[in-house]
Design a protein around this ligand. Structure first.
Ligand SMILES: O=C(CO)[C@H](O)[C@H](O)COP(=O)(O)O
Ligand SMILES: [Fe+2]
Length: 216
């Protein structure tokens, strides 16, 4: 939703779910962890009144713990924090996210090694999704980094049933690379919002993932 018209968020959300989107990816940025500022819990709360869609919140903030309760109460569905901000308190974070009824996920920046998330996937209270950033976090419309696919391949081999999300620069020209590496949750902002027929792009992305899953 980073590429949506923020002044018409509810109608943009309806537009995307009608076009076939399964989830709405909500980029929460604090102007500190990343040099951009977007939305927070009040806007998620407002949007929740207009849609039943899964709100997949991606926390690009320095203190994700501060956002758990507000976002849980606002009706967020998934809460994905960055490992770079949470090396010392991820266990507490995951536990509190689950208590708030949200699905915990962990994200990693391009320069962060994949090994840093293994403990979170293997924990007693594990994260349920790993988000592999395929651009530097902060802005939409950047170029996909194919070299991040090594991380996706390693994760898919190690954890066959894990949800692996890729985020940044995904669209018709990059989806096959991500899908064949093993990604099954695809975030697409500019390629969908910028398309003359967004429904066609969404269906192309889905088909690519389903085809790759059949051949795995
Ligand atoms: O987390 C993000 C940026 O930090 C966005 O989710 C991501 O960039 C999606 O936008 P696009 O598809 O335009 O690259
Ligand atoms: Fe994102």
């Amino acid at each position: 939703m980073l590429s949506s018209d923020f002044s018409n968020l509810a109608s943009e959300a309806h537009r995307m779910t009608n076009y076939g989107a399964d989830w709405l990816h909500m980029d929460i940025m604090d102007g500190h962890f990343v040099p951009n500022l977007t939305i927070g819990a009040p806007i998620i709360e407002s949007l929740r009144k207009h849609t039943k869609a899964y709100l997949d919140c991606h926390l690009m903030v320095t203190n994700p713990l501060d956002y758990v309760e507000p976002l849980g109460k606002a009706g967020a569905s998934g809460f994905t924090f960055h490992i770079e901000t949470s090396k010392d308190n991820w266990k507490e974070l995951v536990e509190r996210i689950s208590i708030q009824g949200m699905r915990p996920g962990v994200a990693l920046k391009p320069e962060t090694p994949i090994e840093e998330v293994y403990a979170l996937v293997e924990a007693e209270n594990p994260v349920e999704m790993v988000l592999v950033m395929t651009v530097e976090p902060g802005f939409g419309g950047q170029k996909f980094m194919p070299e991040m696919m090594d991380k996706v391949r390693i994760l898919r081999k190690k954890y066959p049933s894990l949800d692996i999300e890729v985020d940044g620069g995904l669209g018709p020209s990059t989806i096959d690379t991500a899908a064949s590496a093993g990604a099954n949750c695809i975030v697409a902002g500019s390629s969908v919002f910028g398309a003359p027929e967004p429904a066609q792009v969404i269906s192309l992305l889905r088909n690519s993932v389903e085809k790759a899953q059949q051949t795995h």
